[in-house]
Design a protein around this ligand. Structure first.
Ligand code: GLU
Length: 359
């Protein structure tokens, strides 16, 4: 078995439910049995589980009155979450393993105190050999407050607990170079760090029940790998998939982790930036995104600065289509940076050691 110390496993609704959208009790038992096997190998596990809304739908009759969608989702998830946790609790107890429920929101990752409280709780549960089971708190996080999906949440947690591996289980075998159902599509089994061109091949098709779809999965996985977390996307419906992944004998897509990533880079990648956006031109974009050579962000490549920042602030970098391409720590403030826009031979606004580029 791979010598991982800490892994984050994310299971999507489509893995936990059957054809009719009902919770698949047998399969959930099979997943918990596998997690118990890994736990017995002294691997610390954090489970990020979706399925609350799905479980709620499975037990509740259709809404009788005209509830709006947001309210209906709150009702379904609050009912479904305990159904799901009941199953996990009773399955894990057969292995004499305790599990715990952690419901979190995006805000909890933005607020420093909440973040540290959460982190302490994860570490304490791990010390006591308890498996934390995490889901978004769907009751309070609605509309724009929501994570893109639980894949995003799983990536944040993997970085928070310094996991060595992130395993995202879904209902397809991994990332394909075309539509997953087209006969001509091939599974991409390995993605190197900084692999250019892969993005264009990914099907934008969303899975039946999930929120984010494959493109989000790719982005989350490649970001985790680029800060040194070995990441796998695989089919959670396959028998023994988790054990097979840890034995390195599986069908799926592996994102090979970048080596020797500094803690500072990890911090930049997963921290909440200020609202400032530095817009750069095409040439600067090419230079920053190049897989051949690392570059700093120079004022000559900047076309606009939207917002104010101080020296040391974490700021966003976007291209002229407003597509975010990275984050970095400013070496000087926005007043000075604004004076230098488009000027050659000025000190980099962001040095490459303080820069994280999203692939
Ligand atoms: N939190 C949602 C649930 O438990 C799932 C979110 C997602 O699809 O990732 O149903």
């Amino acid at each position: 078995m791979k010598q991982y110390k800490t892994i984050v496993v994310k299971v999507g609704t489509n893995v936990l439910t059957g054809e009719q959208g009902l919770l698949d009790h047998d399969h959930i038992k099979h997943l918990t049995d596998q997690l118990a096997t890994l736990k017995k190998q002294n691997i610390k596990i954090i489970l990020v589980s979706s399925g609350a809304v799905g479980a709620g739908k499975a037990v509740l009759p259709p809404a009788t009155n005209e509830l709006n969608k947001v309210v209906r989702r709150q009702v379904l998830s609050s009912v479904g979450q305990i159904q799901l946790m009941n199953l996990y609790t009773s399955n894990f107890s057969e292995h004499q393993i305790f599990c715990a429920q952690l419901l979190v929101t995006k805000e909890d990752f933005r607020d420093r105190i909440h973040y540290l409280n959460m982190k302490n709780c994860f570490l304490s549960l791990q010390r006591e050999e308890i498996i934390p089971i995490v889901n978004e708190n769907d009751v309070v996080s609605v509309s724009e407050l929501m994570f893109t999906d639980n894949d995003e949440l799983a990536g944040l947690i993997a970085s928070m607990v310094n996991a060595d591996a992130l395993i995202i289980l879904t209902n397809v075998d991994g990332i394909y170079d075309g539509h997953p159902e087209a006969a001509t599509s091939q599974l991409i089994t390995e993605i190197q760090p900084n692999d250019p061109g892969i993005l264009a091949a990914i099907s934008p098709t969303k899975s039946k029940f999930g929120r984010g779809g494959m493109l989000t999965k790719y982005r989350i996985a490649s970001k985790a790998a680029s800060v040194g977390i070995a990441t796998v996307i695989a089919n959670g419906k396959r028998q023994n998939i988790l054990v097979d992944i840890l034995n390195n004998d599986f069908v799926g897509t592996s994102f090979l982790p970048e080596q020797n990533v500094s803690n500072l880079k990890k911090w930049i990648a997963y921290n909440e930036p200020t609202n400032t956006v530095v817009i750069i031109n095409e040439g600067a974009k090419q230079a920053l995104c190049s897989s051949e050579k690392v570059s700093s962000l120079l004022p000559v490549g900047i076309v606009a600065i939207n917002g104010n920042f101080k020296k040391g602030d974490l700021i966003k970098i976007a291209d002229q289509n407003n597509q975010q391409i990275g984050l970095g720590i400013a070496q000087y403030n926005s007043e000075k940076a604004t004076k230098f826009i488009g000027v050659q031979d000025k000190k980099p606004l962001i040095h490459y050691d303080y820069l994280f580029i999203e692939k």
